[in-house]
Write a protein that binds this ligand. Structure first.
Ligand code: NDP
Length: 358
C-alpha cells in the first residue's frame, strides 16, 4: 500500500517513515531538496534493503497547488500523512509568513489535492499538536481536565505577538481547517481524517546525522540545551517545562489509523507513562530539574560536569502543569506510552555516543 508522507526530513517524520517501512508500506516522502531525499534514502537502505521508499521535491507546502503533481504522478496513493509544518523558532520573517501561512495553507493544499486527484486515498492523518488542545490560562487548575475533545480558545489576533504563541495558534488553525474541510466535503470525499496531537516530543533522532546539527527542531533542542547546563548553574530549576511524549510512540500513532477504522474522526493524544494498564498522569510533566535528575542518575560520566539542580522533592513543582486525561486514546489504540525516563535516557545515550564518535 502506498503512503504519502509530507515533510519527510523532519524529526517526527523520519520515525513515521521507519514504522511504515518496517511494516512493508510503500512510502513516498516529500522533501525540500534532492540532497535531503538522497541522505534519507541512503540511511534507510541500510536498515531495510528491500524497502520501497522514494522522494518527491515540494519546496514549499504553502505554494499554490503544492501537492497536485504528487497525486497526478502517483494515482495509487492510498494513505496521506501530513506532517510538514514549521516547528522551529529561529526565523526573522513575520509571524504570518513563518507560522500561520505554511501551517494552514499547507494543510489546505494537501486536503484539496487529495480530494481532487487522490481518488484512491482512504485515510488522511494530520500531525496536529497538544497546542490546539491546551487552555493556557488553566495550566495550574486541577479541575480543568484536557481531553481529546478540548480546544484551545486562542485566536490568531491574540497569538501573533510572540513566536511561541504564533506557533500554537498556527497549529490550532490548521487542525480546525482540516476538520471543517471534512465536514464541508461530506459526501464528496471517500477519505477519513485522524489527527495526532502530541505535547513536547522527545526521544532519539532516527539517524545519528540528526543528533547535533546547526539547528534542531524545538523539542529536541530542549534536551540538547539541558545537557549543556554547567555544574555551577544557579537555576531556576523548577520552572514548568511542559508535558512530554516519545517520538516512537508518536510515529506509531500515525500508522495505526491506516489500518484501524475505529480511529477515523478521532484526535489522538500521547503522554509519557499513560496507557490502558498504566495511568500515571504525572509521568509526562517535566522541568529542568527532572531532566537533570535523569542525566545525573543514568550517566555517571556527566556527574560533576552538569548541574545536579537544587530541588529534592520535585513533585509539587511538576504538578503545576496542565491536567489531562487521554483514556480515549489509550483505549482506542492499546498503546502503553513509554515512560519519560526511558525516552530521555535513549535520547541522551544517542547524543553522548555521537560525541564519543567525533
Ligand atoms: P521538524 O522541524 O524536524 O520537522 C518539520 C518538517 O516540516 C521538516 O521536514 C520541514 O522541512 C518541513 N517544513 C516546514 N515548513 C515547510 C514548508 N514551508 N515547506 C515544506 N516543508 C516544510 O519538526 P518536528 O518533526 O518536530 O515536527 C513535525 C510536525 O510535528 C509538525 O507539524 C509539528 O508542528 C508537529 N509537532 C511537533 C511537536 C514537537 O514537540 N516536536 C509537538 C507537537 C506537534 P525541512 O527539514 O526542509 O526544514
Amino acid at each position: 500500500e502506498k503512503v504519502l508522507v509530507s515533510g519527510a526530513s523532519g524529526f517526527i517524520a523520519l520515525h513515521v517513515l521507519n514504522v511504515l517501512l518496517s511494516e512493508g508500506y510503500h512510502v513516498i516522502g516529500t522533501v525540500r531538496s534532492k540532497e535531503k531525499g538522497d541522505r534519507i534514502n541512503n540511511s534507510f537502505e541500510k536498515l531495510y534493503p528491500y524497502a520501497k521508499l522514494e522522494f518527491v521535491i515540494v519546496p514549499d507546502i504553502a505554494a499554490a497547488n503544492a501537492f497536485d503533481d504528487v497525486f497526478i504522478n502517483n494515482p495509487g496513493i492510498q494513505h496521506v500523512i501530513h506532517v510538514a509544518s514549521p516547528c522551529s523558532f529561529g526565523s526573522n520573517q513575520s509571524m504570518e509568513e513563518t507560522y500561520l501561512i505554511p501551517a494552514t495553507q499547507g494543510t489546505r493544499n494537501m486536503l484539496e489535492a487529495t480530494k481532487t486527484y487522490g481518488k484512491n486515498v482512504k485515510h488522511v492523518v494530520l500531525t496536529s499538536s497538544f497546542a490546539s488542545i491546551l487552555n493556557a490560562d488553566r495550566e495550574e487548575d486541577p479541575t480543568f481536565i484536557h481531553t481529546e475533545k478540548t480546544w484551545n480558545p486562542i485566536t490568531w489576533e491574540e497569538a501573533k505577538q510572540n513566536k511561541f504563541t504564533s506557533y500554537i495558534a498556527s497549529k490550532k488553525a490548521a487542525e480546525q481547517l482540516a476538520w471543517k474541510f471534512l465536514e464541508e466535503n461530506k459526501g464528496n470525499i471517500d477519505f477519513t481524517l485522524t489527527t495526532v496531537n502530541p505535547p513536547y516530543v522527545f526521544g532519539p533522532q532516527m539517524f545519528e546525522w540528526g543528533v547535533e546539527p546547526a539547528s534542531l527542531n524545538a523539542s529536541a533542542d530542549v534536551v540538547n540545551r539541558a545537557l549543556k547546563v554547567p555544574f555551577d548553574f544557579k537555576g531556576p530549576f523548577d520552572k514548568p517545562g511542559g508535558v512530554s511524549c516519545d517520538v516512537r510512540d508518536v510515529a506509531l500513532l500515525h500508522m495505526l489509523p491506516l489500518r484501524n477504522e475505529n480511529l477515523a474522526g478521532h484526535r489522538l493524544m500521547p503522554f509519557s507513562g499513560t496507557g490502558v494498564k498504566q495511568h500515571n498522569y504525572s509521568d509526562a510533566y517535566f522541568n529542568l530539574q527532572r531532566l537533570l535528575d535523569v542525566f545525573n542518575a543514568k550517566f555517571p560520566e556527566l556527574r560533576g560536569k552538569i548541574s545536579p539542580g537544587n530541588i529534592s522533592d520535585n513533585t509539587p513543582y511538576l504538578e503545576k502543569n496542565f491536567h489531562y486525561n487521554n483514556d480515549e486514546t489509550c483505549q482506542l489504540t492499546g498503546i502503553e506510552f513509554k515512560p519519560f525516563e526511558v525516552t530521555i535516557y535513549d535520547a541522551v545515550k544517542q547524543i553522548l555516543d555521537h560525541r564519543k564518535s567525533q
